[in-house]
Design a protein around this ligand. Structure first.
Ligand code: CA
Length: 229
């Protein structure tokens, strides 16, 4: 928990400063942006542990920033809004924020919520490595036996599919580009089209669904690639 960077995007300097004070008191590092213009780039560059994002910002609003960040990152986002009814509207839009806090707020509460989010994320994105097995949620990949189980059921994978899932499951939440996937699954570096990757992913995705799940843990990320989460 110590020294994790929290990016604060807030144009009201007083509010930003209170958040900085309270977060730093708790051992976090902070970075403040006073407008929305470069927020997305800064998330890319700094890869913060979480983002506190105000809704109304100069140049680019929090809604747009949140949507753009979700194109490439699952970083936890806590949205600050000025009105309670905005929270309902935003939740309805499904913009992908993790939590919402209405102004005026107590900084203590915001810090507490950030900690809750970080705990939740930390728990869900860790892969347990037990001897030769990689275990994430209900998927278990054994790199010695070349086996893959989903919810305890053995799943038959092709060698390429097996290499893909072994690579991706070691980093849950991380987005893998088609290039990266290609490099990880074809040792002889032969050139395959990105369509080939897509068809492998489609098959793999279907195989990783178990009876009790509605969707696979393997997701496509529009315009970028794929992730396991
Ligand atoms: Ca504002």
């Amino acid at each position: 928990m110590q020294n994790e960077l929290i990016l604060i995007v807030e144009d009201e300097q007083k509010i930003a400063q209170i958040l900085v004070d309270f977060l730093e008191m708790d051992g976090f590092k902070t970075k403040v942006l006073n407008d929305g213009e470069n927020a997305v780039e800064q998330v890319k560059e700094l890869s913060p542990s979480a983002v506190i994002l105000d809704l109304m910002l100069p140049h680019k609003d929090g809604l747009t920033i949140c949507r753009e960040v979700r194109q490439f990152s699952e970083v936890p986002i806590l949205m600050l809004t000025a009105r309670v009814d905005e929270i309902d509207r935003l939740t309805g839009l499904g913009i992908g924020a993790d939590d919402y806090v209405c102004k005026p707020f107590s900084a203590r509460e915001v810090v507490a919520r950030i900690k809750v989010i970080l705990k939740r994320v930390g728990k869900s994105i860790n892969t347990d490595i037990v001897d030769s097995r990689l275990i994430y949620k209900n998927i278990e990949v054994d790199t010695e036996k070349f086996s893959c189980h989903v919810a305890g059921e053995l799943v038959e994978l092709t060698p390429v599919e097996f290499r893909i899932i072994s690579t991706m499951i070691s980093k849950p939440g991380a987005v893998f580009s088609r290039d990266k996937i290609m490099r990880s699954c074809y040792e002889d570096e032969r050139i395959v089209s990105s369509r080939t990757i897509d068809s492998h992913m489609k098959n793999l995705r279907a195989k990783l669904i178990c009876d009790t799940d509605e969707e696979s843990l393997l997701h496509s990320v529009y315009g970028i690639g794929y992730k396991v989460e």
